[in-house]
Design a protein around this ligand. Sequence first.
Ligand code: CO
Ligand code: CO
Ligand code: CO
Length: 320
Amino acid sequence: MEGLPLEEDPNLLVGRETSDDAGVYRLSDEVALVQTIDFITPVVNDPYDFGRIAAANALSDVYAMGGRPLTAMNIVCFPVKDLDKQILKEILRGGLEKIHEAGAALVGGHSVEDPEIKYGLSVTGVVHPDRVLTNAGARPGDALILTKPLGTGILATAIKAGLVSEKAQGLAVETMAALNRKAAEIMVSYPLSACTDVTGFGLLGHTLEIATAGKVAITIYAERVPLLPEVLDSVRMGLLPAGSFANRNFCAGRIRQMRSIDPMLLDILADAQTSGGLLIFLPEESAWDLVGDLKAHGVPFAAVIGRVGAAGDTGMIEIA
Ligand code: CO
Ligand code: CO
Ligand code: CO
């Protein structure tokens, strides 16, 4: 969309400028709409799991804005002539389960015949206009909290190659299928600065979006970042998806290593995630309370993984 003119509507609170997770449009002093659409190709073989994951992934962008999902619409591409319709049914069943778990209602959808399966949602939610969490709000002295472990892109590749134990595979699927709802509901009672969710650009790419939009430098403590089991083994076998490799190259010029870091760990920090966790920014003095609260209420992997440095050296990531 680069080069296309920006909107000038004063009620458009969040538009395209800051690479945010969703658009936000003010309806009144009390209510703003949050709107997003996201659909993906299968990341797992089981159609029901794929449906759950794709829906959780789409709903997440509303949570990342501090919002609450209200309605969803299916968007589906499916080769109706070549594949059993039961597969499509299972995808939609998984998606609907997540929509309901989010407390939202399915109101319709659209499907297209296509040789490659794709599924996702367009989601509409609400947020108070004064409590919108954009990418631009991070401030020096904030801590970063990540709510899900990394490595889903690498593991999905390793799973396809049959190189992951059943246990690790199950955990990867459940991590991707988990809604960010609990984390979002808990975080909003804290004094938050910014929030996004970690998806296709990986932890490094999404952190750079925040650093750029907020004009700050951000330090990530590489060894404190929670990882899924068997991710390191998989990346050591050379299983880095093309998207993650591209992320790493894209971020390379804006990353400074403060000491020597295992290059495999850097690959994981750049790994493209599907339905990743929330990346929450808030003043450091409240961060440990929020992590404790998250861990006590069903978000077991939540961890403080970095901090926002002084302004000046902006739009950079330091890896410590
Ligand atoms: Co997002
Ligand atoms: Co998205
Ligand atoms: Co956001």
